[in-house]
Design a protein around this ligand. Structure first.
Ligand code: NAD
Ligand code: UDP
Length: 314
């Protein structure tokens, strides 16, 4: 049995990771400042004697004793990471320094939840890990994109300088149960709008693309990366390589919810990437991982979750 630290453990992805680690018989220390995370996501774990929740901001030093660290703390939705952009950069950069310092003192393995946003608005399509990206340095997404890029740099410097055992994962758009219904990401927005019979808000002409990975597939990739062979650091793309336009996503959501919602076109936010699709050859080779859950199956599960979640909020 290991004692494992999950930062951002009360968030969407973090709470699913806590479930998996506990199901394997580990102890989990979940550290979260509850900025975008919710107690509701971990409510079912609070009675588990192997689970401990600590309200803490990763920009502050943390002194705990653990055997492994998954560093997920950081708001992921553009609305939330742009709400306090300075805090977003601090969370990525100072949070990484604090968690890397902890891993260095304890001589333990640490995994970083990085992002496809390190590729910015990509000029290479689809994106392999070798692509260096096209990020706007001064734009409104930079607090997140550059923060995550700097965090990757720190991970590799700690690896070279201090021989730290690191694993860096570039996560592409992921969706599923426990997303915050009002967190502003496209899958949750469209489903909530469709279930409530409101207009579906398409930003721009809706022809921009994303590749959506269901949460169970993503968490299995994350776990495989943490347990991959010694010396394999990544960065490795984890995401679903099947690409959809936002119009196609809206059509699927409307059909699966039997909704009468209409499309409403709105301005495209600044620096919104036009296309995004991972090359996952490295994950296949090193981790024997590829996603299994097609979009429509994942959407059905997510719609069922939001249907219940919205009734609870009434
Ligand atoms: P989320 O917003 O649901 O979870 C992030 C968690 O981090 C929340 O619980 C939040 O309260 C916590 N947090 C934020 N700032 C903190 C701080 N300073 N100290 C302590 N806790 C803090 O988002 P998510 O989708 O679960 O994302 C988890 C991680 O995965 C993030 O690092 C994100 O950048 C990365 N990621 C997610 C996606 C995706 O599509 N879901 C894509 C790429 C990368
Ligand atoms: N988007 C949209 N309507 C919404 C929310 C988002 O059309 O209500 C678009 C957004 O402009 C982007 C895509 O959906 O092109 C994915 O947005 P999201 O915020 O989910 O993630 P990210 O842009 O970080 O990939």
């Amino acid at each position: 049995m290991k004692r494992i630290l999950v930062t951002g453990g009360a968030g969407f992805l973090g709470s699913h990771l806590c479930d998996l680690l506990l199901s394997e018989g580990n102890e989990v220390l979940c550290v979260d400042n509850l900025f975008t995370g919710r107690r509701k996501n971990i409510h079912h774990l609070l009675q588990n004697k192997n689970f401990e929740f600590m309200r803490h901001d990763v920009t502050m030093p943390l002194f705990v004793e653990v055997d492994e660290i998954y560093n997920l703390a950081c708001p992921a939705s553009p609305i939330h990471y742009q709400f306090d952009p300075v805090q977003t950069t601090k969370t990525s950069v100072i949070g990484a320094i604090n968690m890397l310092g902890l891993a260095k003192r304890l001589k333990i393995k640490i995994l970083q939840a990085s992002t496809s946003e390190v590729y910015g608005d990509p000029e290479v399509h689809p994106q392999p890990e070798s692509y260096k990206g096209s990020v706007s340095i001064t734009g409104i997404r930079a607090c997140y994109d550059e923060g995550k890029r700097c965090a990757e740099t720190l991970f590799f410097d700690y690896h070279r300088q201090h021989k730290l055992n690191i694993k860096v994962m570039r996560i592409f758009n992921t969706y599923g149960p426990r997303m915050n219904p009002y967190d502003g990401r496209v899958v949750s927005n469209f489903i909530v709008q469709a279930l409530q019979g409101n207009d579906i808000t398409i930003f721009g002409d809706g022809k921009q693309t994303r590749s959506f990975c269901y949460v169970d597939d993503l968490i299995s990739g994350m776990h495989k990366l943490m347990n991959s062979r010694d010396g394999f650091t990544g960065p490795v793309n984890i995401g679903n390589p099947v690409e959809f336009t936002m119009l196609e996503l809206a059509e699927n959501v409307i059909e699966l919810t039997n909704s009468k919602s209409k499309l409403k076109f709105m301005p495209l936010p600044q620096d919104d990437p036009m296309q995004r699709r991972p090359v996952i050859d490295l994950a296949k080779k090193e981790l024997d991982w590829e996603p299994k859950i097609p979009l429509r199956v994942g959407l059905e599960k997510t719609i069922a979750y939001f249907d219940e979640a919205l009734k609870d909020m009434e």
